[in-house]
Every structure is written in C-alpha cells, then in structure tokens.
Design a protein around this ligand. Structure first.
Ligand SMILES: *Cc1c(COP(=O)(O)O)cnc(C)c1O
Length: 496
C-alpha cells in the first residue's frame, strides 16, 4: 500500500507535481499505455467474472485520501492488487455476458484526443469542430445504415451522440410529449407503448417524463411470434385506449431485444403508428451496428416511417463507452422540448441560426467531444473492415449455435439473428425443474471463471445467453467455451 504518513520524508520523484506539465504528462502517459497494453495481453488469464465479495475494496484502501502526493508506480501497483481483482473483464475474449462492450484501439485513441483537448462543446461557439465533426460523422453513419434522407442534416433531420439509449429514449419521449401538449392534450391522456420485451429504459423514461403509470403499456409477446411485437397486438391496445378517451403518444419498437434479440415487426408497426400519429422510436441498441452490412439491413426496414432511431456504438460498434447514436427527423421537436437560452450562453452564431447547438439535443448542458472517437473508428478501420469484424462475430455465433444443435441435451430456444445465442439444457422434467437446472449450470460455469455468460427468462423459460462480439474473441475461444459448458453439464446431469 502506498499510503504516506505525515512524518514521512516526501520524495516526489515519480510523483505528479504540476497538473498539466507537458513532460510529466509524456512520461506518465507512456507508462499508462504500456500498462494497458499489458492488460490487453493478459486479460484472458483473469477469471472473467470478478470473484470478490461485496465490500472487499474498503478493507484494502485507507480511510482517508492521502495528504501528500504518491508515486504513479505505487498507484499502479494498487491498481494491480486492488482494482483488477474487482474487475469483471469485459475486454476478455471469453466474455459472453449481457451484450459485448466492443472497445477498440481506434476508439481509445479518439478518447485520448477528446480527453486531451477537454473541450466542452455545449454550443457551436464553445468549440465549432466538436459540433461540426459530430454532424458530419452522424451523416456518414446514417448513410452507412441507409437511413432515409430525412434523418440527415441535408434532409432536415439530424443525428446526435448521446451517452446512452436511456437518454435517447427520454429525450425523444419528451419531444413527443411536448408536441402533444402543445396541441392541447392533457398529460393524463398520453399513452406510451412497448412490449414485454422492451428495455426497462422505456419505463424509466416514461416515469421521468411524467406519463402516468396507468398509461404505460407493455404489450404481451408470444413464443409463436418469436417474442416480436406485432401490429395486431399493438392495434388492439391502441383501439382500446382510444375508446377509453386516451391519446396514443409514443411507441418504442426494438430491433434486437435485450433478453433474446427478438425483432419487432417494424414495417407493419410503422404503418400503424403513422396512421395514428404516434411518435415511433426504433431502439436498435445492440443490433443496429449489424445493419451497416447489406445482408442485415432488412432488419430495420420500416425505419423510413420512424420519427427517431438509435443504436449504441459502445455495444457492438468498436466505440468504447459511452456512445449512443440518435437520429431524429424533426430536430425542431427535440429542440422545443430541450432548449434553454440563458444570457451567459448568448452568441452571434446561435443568433444567426446557421449552427447546431447540441445542448438543445440532450439532457445535460456540458458534453464531451465524442465524435472524435467515432471518427477515429470509421477512418481507422474503414467501413469494409468494420463490416468484416461484425460478420466475424455473427459467424462465431453460428458456430456456437451449430455446436448446441448437435448435442441432443440442448436446445436453441429462440431464433438467432445476430451474434447472440439463447439456449438451454432439457432435463425432461417440468418447467420449474428445467429452469432450476439451467440456473445451476450457468452459476457453476460462471463460478469457474473461464467464461462468463448471463441469463434471461423468456416466456417463463430460463435461458443462457451466449453473446459473442467481444473484440478479442476468436472462433477458438467460442469452441473452448462450448467445452467449458459441456463439462459443467456432464458434471451436473451425469445420467442424461
Ligand atoms: C442495452 C440496451 C438498452 C440500454 O442501453 P443504455 O445505453 O445502457 O441506456 C436499451 N435497449 C436495448 C435494446 C438494449 O440492448
């Protein structure tokens, strides 16, 4: 432990002394880069899911912050001994939990630039390049995704980089709400729709936006529809709300749900929402990235009729956290809801109305220069290679799916569309027993530390989720993961 006491003689060599000294920065940043490069080299050696107990860290660290500077060596040594054991290694090639967090060197370098410049681009004037680069890369991305031109700046729409999907949903819901309120609706009449597979981000957004809980609809999906939301079931809900005197406001349709990567029936849902003037948001947090490949683009067919579309580039598009890409057809609707105009931010550029002031497109005022990261990723790899990376992950998931299908003890529970496989073992017992057995298998796989997966319950069925897509994952890791899973099944179900 590197803590110093008041009586120690302070040797400040190796310590940080001037908060922005260029040479000090050079020296220590090089050490940090080496440290992180070594981490990437060794990350496969750690247990993927952290094995510490709650409260472990407080026991290891001093009660109070140090009064005197400590050396970077001492701090890094504590990172090694105290922090790394408490990490779940999202960058491990053996990480298959939740959805991946696909970091990359290019994104890392972009983050370095962004952190280095440390500009706060709330409006155009506060750093013109931050705003303009963001608008450019959002148009680039929109073209890669073949979004309709109405989502591009040239077509009257536009894109913004936010932190998370939760924020994107909240901002678009606020815009939809205020549009309705300005037409004379009462907030107690407004209804928000999703399915029972929609991410809980929608519920949180509805709560924050003041939508009465009794007006929040989670429409039931079925195994027969592969857990997709259909126009039929949405239509029933809309009709019953209208006859009760309520006003349908907002639908969040999901392409690639979090539990099972189900794909809501966007083309037919979009018809319905445009008929009823419902704001349609398409949440493709995970699967949106794949849609830059022509063979996957059909999954977002229908987005032409949506009001907004978002995906998380930090999930499966090689951008380190955080980076949610959001496009809207009507920036005006967003801005009406989110803009403020205090005296201390007034400037000529804003008054000229020739510029984007991104503070009016998001919750917070201050914002990071995130587009440097996305620009680095797009330029550093090129779109041809980005497509190949994504295809590689889908191929790995197909390999895994094939292995599952070959073993008669297992079943693939829902269709695999992208790089995530939902599967389980069959015990021949009742549902409760099967669920319990799968839960035990997953826990013993994860406790062993060689790989890490998480679970979902879909239509009452407990499934293990194998989410490929880690940047360092190769096919050999996927094959090894299958061996690890089978070994635990052999152990826990010896007689099957
Ligand atoms: C991960 C996920 C979210 C939440 O994303 P955040 O960026 O953490 O807010 C929302 N929707 C879907 C479909 C997701 O997979």
């Amino acid at each position: 432990m590197g803590s110093l006491h008041a009586n120690d003689i302070i040797d400040t060599t190796g310590c940080l002394q001037h908060p922005l000294d260029a040479e000090e920065f050079r020296l220590h940043a090089h050490k940090l880069v080496d440290f992180i490069a070594d981490y990437y080299k060794n990350v496969a050696k750690y247990p993927v899911r952290s094995q510490v107990e709650p409260g472990y860290l407080r026991k290891l660290l001093p009660e109070t912050a140090p009064n005197q500077p400590e050396s970077i060596e001492d701090i890094l040594s504590d990172v090694r001994s105290c922090i790394i054991p408490g990490l779940t290694h999202w960058m491990s090639p053996n990480y298959y939990a939740y959805f991946p967090s696909s970091g990359s060197t290019a994104a890392f370098l972009g983050e370095m630039l962004s952190t280095g410049f440390n500009v706060v681009g709330f409006n155009w004037m506060s750093s013109p390049a931050a705003t303009e680069l963001e608008s450019v890369v959002m148009d680039w991305l929109a073209k890669l995704l073949c979004l309709p031109s109405e989502f591009l700046f040239s077509g009257g729409g536009g894109g913004v980089l936010q932190g998370t999907t939760c924020e994107a949903i909240l901002c678009t819901l606020a815009a939809a709400r205020d549009r309705a309120l300005s037409r004379g609706c009462d907030i107690s009449q407004l209804v928000v729709y999703g399915s029972d597979q929609t991410h809980c981000a929608l519920q949180k957004a509805a709560q924050i936006a003041g939508i009465p809980y009794s007006n929040f609809r989670t429409i039931k999906t079925t195994v027969a529809d592969a857990f997709a939301l259909t126009a039929n079931s949405l239509s029933l809900a809309i009709d019953s709300d209208i006859s009760a005197g309520l006003i349908p406001l907002y639908l969040c349709a999901t392409i690639g749900t979090t539990s099972s990567t189900a794909v809501d029936r966007l083309p037919e849902l979009a018809q319905l929402t445009s008929q009823h003037n419902i704001w349609l948001h398409v949440d493709a947090a995970y699967a949106g990235a794949a849609c830059i490949c022509p063979e996957f683009r059909h999954f977002i067919d229908g987005v032409e009729l949506a009001d907004s579309f978002s995906f998380n580039a930090h999930k499966w598009f090689f951008n380190n956290l955080d980076c949610c890409c959001l496009w809207v057809k009507s920036p005006t609707a967003l801005i009406k809801s989110l803009s403020t105009n205090p005296e201390y931010l007034k400037n000529k550029a804003t008054e000229s109305k020739q510029v984007v002031d991104y503070k009016d497109w998001q919750i917070a005022l201050s914002r990071r220069f995130r587009s440097l990261k996305m620009w680095m990723v797009l330029r550093g790899y090129g779109t041809a290679n980005l497509r190949q990376f994504l295809r590689g992950h889908v191929r790995m998931a197909k390999v895994f799916e094939g292995l599952v299908r070959l073993d008669r003890r297992f079943e693939v529970v829902v269709p695999r569309y992208f790089s995530t496989v939902c599967f389980r073992v069959r015990t021949g017992g009742d549902e409760a027993e099967e669920n319990e057995m799968n839960r035990r298998i997953l826990e013993s796989v994860n406790a062993e530390g060689k790989i890490y997966m998480t679970h979902a319950v879909i239509g009452g069925v407990y499934v293990m989720r194998f989410a490929a897509g880690g940047t360092l994952t190769e096919e050999r890791h996927v094959r090894e993961a299958w061996v690890v899973i089978k070994e635990q099944v052999d152990k826990l179900m010896p007689n099957v």
